[in-house]
Design a protein around this ligand. Structure first.
Ligand SMILES: [Mg+2]
Length: 168
């Protein structure tokens, strides 16, 4: 049960994703969280580095999808600029939006990785769905009050994983 909180990889940011390694794992699609994973919380500016990185992943044959607990109001324009299908108000860790993303990409759960900055939404939801889960360090420390509270619980999980050499 506790294992559902464990990511398979822990990276500093999305630019550390290793496309070659993902291919070797049989990953063909990547579901990305938006806030504090692709862009800082409450900042929708599309940086050229991000756009270039995501375009590069597409060129390498990966399908991309955004699954966010935020609203289309807040993220729709960003998804349009990046030209990535998106599912809003996902209520992660619920699985419904992940299922929709899999259907959109026409891929099975074991062919898809999810990358996000929160253990109790992105990682827990992804693991429940059977996806390959990748945790990234949040881009900024600005976030919802509720998220800040959850970070304290996250720290317990992260410390446990570090003690057991499951992440670095
Ligand atoms: Mg996030």
């Amino acid at each position: 049960m506790f294992e559902l909180l464990f990511p398979k990889q822990h990276l500093n940011n999305i630019f550390e994703l290793d496309p070659q390694k993902l291919k070797e794992l049989g990953i063909k699609g990547i579901i990305a969280d938006m806030d504090n994973t692709l862009v800082p919380w409450n900042d929708r500016t599309v940086q050229p580095r991000l756009a270039g990185w995501l375009a590069g992943l597409k060129e390498k044959g990966f399908q991309l999808c955004i699954v966010s607990n935020n609203t289309a109001d807040k993220g729709g324009e960003l998804a349009r600029q990046l030209d990535i299908p998106a599912f809003w108000y996902a209520v992660k860790p619920r699985r419904r939006a992940f299922r929709k993303a899999l259907r959109e990409m026409n891929l099975a759960a074991e062919e898809v990785a999810v990358v996000g900055d929160q253990i109790f939404t992105d990682v827990l939801g992804g693991n429940r769905m059977g996806l390959y889960t990748i945790l990234v360090t949040p881009i900024s420390d600005k976030e919802f009050f509720w998220t800040k509270l959850m970070r304290q619980l996250e720290r317990l999980v992260l410390n446990y994983l570090k003690r057991h050499n499951m992440i670095h």
